[in-house]
Design a protein around this ligand. Structure first.
Ligand SMILES: CC(C)(COP(=O)(O)OP(=O)(O)OC[C@H]1O[C@@H](n2cnc3c(N)ncnc32)[C@H](O)[C@@H]1OP(=O)(O)O)[C@@H](O)C(=O)NCCC(=O)NCCS
Length: 186
């Protein structure tokens, strides 16, 4: 994916929206991100399908890539547009952000976030959130420092629940024990 080492001269990196031609390049980049973060590996087919679905429907979100002068994908950012009553309305949730290790510390990550800001403003979205990697990720402090340097502030921990297919949704009316607590009880 990322052939020769960047030379000691001024080089340019183009940040642009991904196109269907980028599907396999993005897949390789996501595989590397998952490897780095210790995430569950996904097949190229799964990654290709998810990428194509995102590219086919702008209302879901946007995929940005950073492309070298040689046409290699050296970084990418995926954002999905979410809706929440508490905002209220829509906000952007960064799903993936990655820069190839050999291309880091050249402000490509910052450039991807700036391009995301432009995309969000075009969408009328005024808030961006991101979930940081887990505490066992060795570069977590550096990742946090990166987001802080780009204007992000902490909002608390995120958690996840993986649902099995055959489990009940628990949405029916259920008997509960006792009356609700009185107003004077905490
Ligand atoms: C976080 C990341 C996208 C930053 O990309 P980048 O192009 O290096 O970003 P910038 O050049 O704009 O900023 C560089 C700063 O990012 C921080 N940083 C965060 N993670 C880093 C890492 N793994 N290696 C080096 N610097 C990192 C450092 O503070 C660095 O500052 P420095 O150059 O003075 O040391 C990139 O390091 C990366 O892909 N990390 C692994 C995946 C990851 O953590 N993604 C975010 C998931 S929420």
């Amino acid at each position: 994916m990322t052939g020769s080492a960047p030379a000691e001269r001024d080089i340019t990196v183009l940040v642009r929206r991904a196109t269907p031609q980028d599907v396999s390049g993005v897949g390789v980049a996501v595989e590397e991100l998952l490897l780095e973060l210790g995430g569950k590996p996904r097949s190229p087919q799964e990654l290709g399908e998810a990428t194509r679905a995102l590219l086919a429907d702008e209302s879901i979100g946007v995929l940005l890539v950073a492309e070298s002068e040689q046409g290699e994908i050296v970084g990418f950012l995926g954002v999905s547009w979410q809706t929440a009553v508490r905002i209220p309305g829509r906000y952007g949730l960064i799903q993936e952000l990655w820069v190839h290790p050999r291309w880091r510390s050249r402000e490509i990550g910052a450039q991807l976030l700036a391009a995301l800001g432009d995309e969000a403003r075009r969408e009328g979205v005024q808030r961006i959130e991101v979930g940081l990697p887990g505490e066992d990720f060795p570069s977590l402090p550096a990742t946090e420092a990166f987001y802080r340097a780009n204007g992000f502030a902490p909002v608390g921990l995120r958690m996840k629940l993986l649902l099995g297919e055959d489990e009940s949704t628990g949405s029916s009316r259920k008997k509960i024990r006792g009356e609700p607590k009185g107003d004077d009880e905490s």
